[in-house]
Design a protein around this ligand. Structure first.
Ligand code: PMV
Length: 313
């Protein structure tokens, strides 16, 4: 019996969350070791879906899964396979609602799996267009950064509405990704920044400054200046906190990481919860900081090399 799989991975925003909504650039990193895998197997009858959120008939998916249902139906219509029986299984290591791209990763892996299953070729533009069907439904009007990064092998420079650019990294450092265990609230945080911009002219300068920081960070990544990169992370965190999208736990974790030798620390993604990222100069230092933050309540940490040749494939 025929079967096929499709894969994707997690992502983090290194620099530029929130300001990216207003046309400023962002730097995003694929986290290839945290995976989402979708497998599709041929069946005798019916169209079935299985994931940690729902197991049952495609036509009976609950409201919380409508985005995914819409995506699968769109793919089947476009490939003229509306009646083909199958069982689709989603297995994901990416925690939901933490700014790590879990919904986009599921969408990308589903599209890839169906195109393999039906032996169809798939361009990158087509992959992003289809993934956007569920992302639009789930997130309203997302910048597209998530889908671009969870389908990319290289770090990317992302400006809304433009084609993402791969960027080189020449570092010898480590990032620790720290899950606070608190759900991020991207929608609320985006609204919060929007109303700040309407009422406070300093907020506009803050957004511009976040864009400037992203540009400086790009140079630091290219020339290996981890020290300055750390300062830029701290500056970003100060501004994001001022904009009201941090969380007391994120601030507390950032302070703790810096006290224990981190070069920099900031929230990643929408904020108001979710994850913190912190830069360290060595793996032992990364491990030490991860341990300390876990002792203070972090529910998960991942250590990711930020090194020359990073995520070449
Ligand atoms: O929480 P995440 O990782 O989905 O990131 C949201 C990033 C924002 O800039 C806050 C919003 C957006 O659509 O880009």
């Amino acid at each position: 019996r025929k079967s096929a799989t499709g894969q994707s991975h997690a992502k983090i925003i290194f620099f530029g969350e929130h300001s990216v909504v207003y046309g400023q650039p962002a730097i995003c990193l694929p986290i290839s070791k945290i995976k989402t895998i979708v497998s599709i197997k041929g069946a005798d009858t019916g169209q079935h879906v299985a994931s940690k959120y729902f197991t049952g008939a495609l036509s009976e998916m609950p409201d919380s899964q409508t985005g995914i249902q819409l995506l699968i139906n769109t793919i089947l219509v476009e490939l003229h396979q509306e009646k083909t029986p199958f069982t689709l299984q989603v297995t994901s290591e990416i925690p939901a609602e933490r700014g790590m791209g879990s919904s986009a990763a599921t969408a990308i892996a589903i599209v890839r799996a169906f195109f393999h299953f039906f032996h169809q070729s798939l361009s990158h533009a087509e992959l992003l267009r289809l993934a956007d069907v569920s992302e639009q439904y789930i997130h309203g009007n997302p910048s597209g950064l998530d889908a671009a990064t969870v389908s990319s092998k290289t770090p990317i420079w992302f400006v809304k509405g433009r084609r993402p650019q791969a960027i080189p990294i020449k570092q010898n450092a480590f990032l620790v990704i720290v899950d606070t265990g608190i759900m991020g609230q991207t929608g609320l945080a985006v609204q919060h920044v929007k109303s700040k911009l309407a009422g406070d002219h300093h907020a506009e300068e803050d957004i511009e400054m976040l864009g400037k920081i992203a540009k400086q960070a790009r140079s630091c990544l290219a020339n290996g200046d981890s020290q300055k990169l750390g300062f830029l992370m701290n500056d970003s965190q100060t501004i994001l906190s001022k904009l009201g999208v941090s969380h007391p736990i994120l601030d507390q974790f950032a302070t703790l990481a810096l006290k224990n030798g981190a070069l920099g620390a900031k929230l990643t993604g929408g904020g108001m919860g979710g994850c913190l990222i912190t830069l360290t100069s060595s793996k032992p230092s990364a491990k030490q900081i991860a341990t300390i933050l876990e002792q203070h309540g972090a529910i998960h940490t991942w250590i990711e090399p930020l090194a020359t040749g990073y995520h070449k494939g």
